[in-house]
Design a protein around this ligand. Structure first.
Ligand SMILES: [Zn+2]
Ligand SMILES: [Zn+2]
Length: 418
């Protein structure tokens, strides 16, 4: 840019600045914001003050009073930052992010400023305010870094309600669990009668089952993290009456609003395993990101089962072997009757990858079955009244049913195991 052009530009800035000043009382932050893209290393306040000084030298001075654009918002930064600090007392964090919910009036005035004085150099009120909040907060607490994607603390300054809304990033811990006893659901199951409110039938616990893998695994974490709530996100789930053995099932424990984030996971693993009194065992715990939850939940892992199967009449070892090997392949399963109240009624195709068995008695066998994720084993054996085709009942010509079921392996390369 030539010197002449530069001088022309200075003239424009002075002119626009003077027009803004004449429009009503305005603070240095808002005046400076209108020219935020000019110069590096200045704050908007400094830009505004400099421009005001120059303008006053040529006889243009602004009116005094509350800023017509922000109504003195920037003078409240210190107050808000003090409140933000108080809100996170005792909370462990490394990073933060500020957001703001403007009042309708502020939104209007901001729009009006941009329309009336289109400098092409302005910084939006929200950006400027959030940045100033971050600076003031960091100055008070003496640590912390701005994080735009996964901040430990997310503050929203709600100006409409004059309050600070705080969200603390959950902790996400990946691991595998074994469920060594039958009769425990994977997650907390609200009482069917009261939907969790608490009634006589559930002994005012609000729960259908007195404990769950989720509650057993979460208890030591809640104490250690100073949190009140945790969710267990499993890579699928076994039936309540099935055990989960072998290397266990992948899960992510999400600890909500933790006050402490530095946790000794090997100590907590021990605490879960001792505290569960032989019911649940967790292993391989490590911290993961929030995105891993979707990965673990949506992975269709291959599963291996051990099933104790009973037959309505006697079966020979040869019949069993023939029936099992003929089952390997594609299975058509219409949504089982027992889950049809919560799953869409449709026919799924899932593959049975491997089937092996030992006859323990003429009417009883032990089977090892490996199948694609989503294959229903109880129905693969019983046939579910013709809804699963083929089935062991159909291939044997003898009604068969699962008496006991254990999941012994859950495998996928997608799982973030060590
Ligand atoms: Zn202002
Ligand atoms: Zn109840």
């Amino acid at each position: 840019m030539s010197e002449g052009e530069n001088m022309g530009r200075v003239g424009e800035i002075i002119e626009t600045g003077a027009a803004i000043l004449r429009s009503g009382p305005i603070c240095d932050e808002c005046l400076g914001r209108a020219f935020a893209k000019l110069g590096h290393g200045f704050s908007n306040g400094e830009r505004g003050r400099s421009l005001r000084t120059i303008l006053s030298m040529i006889g243009v001075s602004g009116r005094t009073g509350a800023c017509w654009v922000c109504d003195g918002l920037f003078s409240r930064v210190e107050d808000f930052s003090a409140r933000a600090v108080a809100a996170v007392e005792g909370v462990e964090y490394e990073s933060y992010l500020f957001g703001v919910k403007l009042t309708a009036r502020l939104r209007q005035m901001e729009l009006f400023l941009g329309e009336k004085f289109p400098t092409g150099l302005a910084e939006p009120l929200k950006h400027a305010f959030n940045r100033e909040m971050g600076k003031a907060f960091e100055a008070r607490v003496g640590h912390g870094t701005l994080d735009l994607t996964h901040p430990h603390l997310s503050f929203i300054i709600n100006l409409e309600r004059d309050r600070i809304e705080l969200r603390v990033l959950s902790l996400y811990i990946y691991g595998r669990y074994c469920k060594l006893v039958r009769g425990i659901p994977q997650t907390r199951w609200p009482c069917r009668l009261c939907q969790g409110k608490g009634c006589e039938a559930c002994g005012f616990t609000g729960k259908q089952y007195s404990e769950s893998v989720e509650e057993i695994a979460a208890a030591p974490f809640l104490t250690a993290a100073g949190a009140e709530k945790a969710h267990l996100h499993g890579a699928g789930r076994e039936d309540i009456d099935a055990r989960m053995l072998g290397t266990g099932r992948p899960f992510i424990l999400e600890v909500l609003s933790p006050r402490r984030r530095t946790l000794d996971l090997s100590l907590l693993q021990e605490a879960v395993n001792i505290g569960s009194a032989g019911k649940v065992e967790v292993s391989g715990l490590h911290f993961v990101s929030r995105e891993t939850v979707a990965l673990v939940k949506e992975t269709h892992a291959e599963k291996t089962y051990r099933a104790r199967v009973c037959f309505e009449s006697e079966v020979t070892p040869a019949d069993l072997a023939r029936a099992l090997s003929s089952l390997v392949g594609t299975i058509h399963q219409r949504t089982p009757v027992r889950v049809s109240h919560r799953r869409a009624d449709l026919v799924r195709e899932r593959r049975l990858l491997d089937a092996d068995g030992t006859l323990l008695a003429p009417r009883e066998a032990d089977l090892i079955l490996r199948g694609e994720g989503g294959l229903y084993i109880k129905e693969l054996i019983s046939g579910d009244g013709g809804r699963t085709v083929p089935s062991l009942s159909e291939r044997l010509g003898i009604a068969s049913y699962v008496a006991e079921l254990d999941v012994i392996d859950v495998t996928s390369e997608s799982f973030p195991d060590f």
